[in-house]
Design a protein around this ligand. Sequence first.
Ligand code: PLP
Length: 537
Amino acid sequence: MNNQKPHTAYFCMEYGLNEKLRIYAGGLGILAGDILKAAKEYSYPVTGIGLLWRRGYSKQVINTEGRPESQHPVNEDIYQHAVDTGETIKVIIQNQEVKLKIWKVDKFANATLYLLDANLAENGELKTITDGLYDGFNEKRIAQEIVLGIGGVKAIRKLGLKIDIYHFNEGHAALAGTELIKEKMTAGSNFETAWEKVKENIVFTTHTPVKEGNESHSLDSLEKMSAFNGLSREQMEAIGDSPFSMTVAGLRLARISNGVAKLHGQTAREMWSSVKGKSPIISITNGVHRGTWVDERIKSNQNDKSAIYAAHQEMKKELVNYIAEKNGAQLNPEKLIIGFARRATAYKRPNLIFQKSDIIDSYLASGEIQLVFSGKAHPTDDNGKNIVADLVAKAKQFPNSVVFLADYNMEIARYMTRGVDIWLNNPRKPLEASGTSGMKAAMNGGLNLSILDGWWVEGCEHGINGWQFGDGYVGEGQDESDLYALYRVLFNEVVPTFYGNQDRWQDMMLESIKTTAERFSAHRMLSRYYDEMYNKS
Ligand SMILES: *Cc1c(COP(=O)(O)O)cnc(C)c1O
């Protein structure tokens, strides 16, 4: 009995399993999808719990003025990718009963994922709760979190799943704690004992090193939405403070918590140091599912330099063709291609590299440096949208060496992380929790050129498997200091190596693959979750 692995219910607001099932927005969802795929592949008993977002996340197109526009079409075919379990459950939202259908998804080589869906006529206006991922703030978001957390636990009971561990991936699922506590109280425990008991079975992952990015709600709003779930105001405050922080609640409900890279764990420990009664926060670095993100041609030739290079050139041409088809731009596969794809938001600084046009522009004009960008801004982030508009304008200025691919998704990520020579990442330190797209590129032989933040702190061997830049300076003038550091490494090391020392470049590609393939895989991440979080010592 003892060496049977615990069965974990993994709660997450979004899942990126396949671009056909658009119920993800970005990194959090891709990570969750990769975990379910690794669990399936390596027979770890994990069951996913999420929501069936009928409209998914925003679709972002570039309008005629060169600005991103968020659209929210209904995903008509979303139900084709899920199987109706025939089961339903009910939750109370704003004093009304809301019926939720339970759908099952297991066709993407993933461990089973159950999705809750409020889209039933009998729910009246509340049927739109599960329409749009991250389309709700405040009360609507609370309603969505009731569905995920409280609905999730009820669905587990309804389906008769035997669950040993409840893993809350981000604070969104924290209300599941109220349901687990309530179950114990219904069985006769008092609140304190119930909380102590459920803690044994809850683990929590925090992702957001930006304080404002951690969601909180007023106790009044929670009460109005019926999120107390039978607990008292004092009990809710004891769990998540007032205002009620979803992250603080997660940290206090769990037996153990983690940050998603070594550095991020440390950042999270400092950030939450004043929270009383929280669980210890360890670091488990994210990883990516190799079957999804590493090309077969690379996997089967891991130590063969010329085969790796040939495969890389093929994938690079596939990217160039994909771009030609999508945007009409013609990149040169013999010249350096740098990729940058992440959410378009200020702290990630997607347009940093353009800031000194007297330095960078000549390289773009000659085509010696080619840049491919992708990334969506959050539909309400005007700053992020300005950044996208800026990138689109640059693509107009340098039509055959700068490209912006609209509506970033798994397909674009697959082409980019397989096809580029360099993966660029320049967040304002220390705001990148982990970053996983650089791992995808590294495992395909793309070389990272990145600030030492997130996973790269652990992964980088400068000049051997990629490059780092910047001295970690944080403060006034940080952007300019990082920009010059980027230019120094780019012009003194990256460009000369690419054009002048292909032999060394290809050695670095092999080294990049060798040093990341296992270490940053979802399999290794999941086995650490089992060893350090799920198994009780
Ligand atoms: C990998 C991936 C992400 C996450 O990338 P980060 O580097 O962690 O920001 C986001 N979106 C898509 C489509 C991805 O494939």
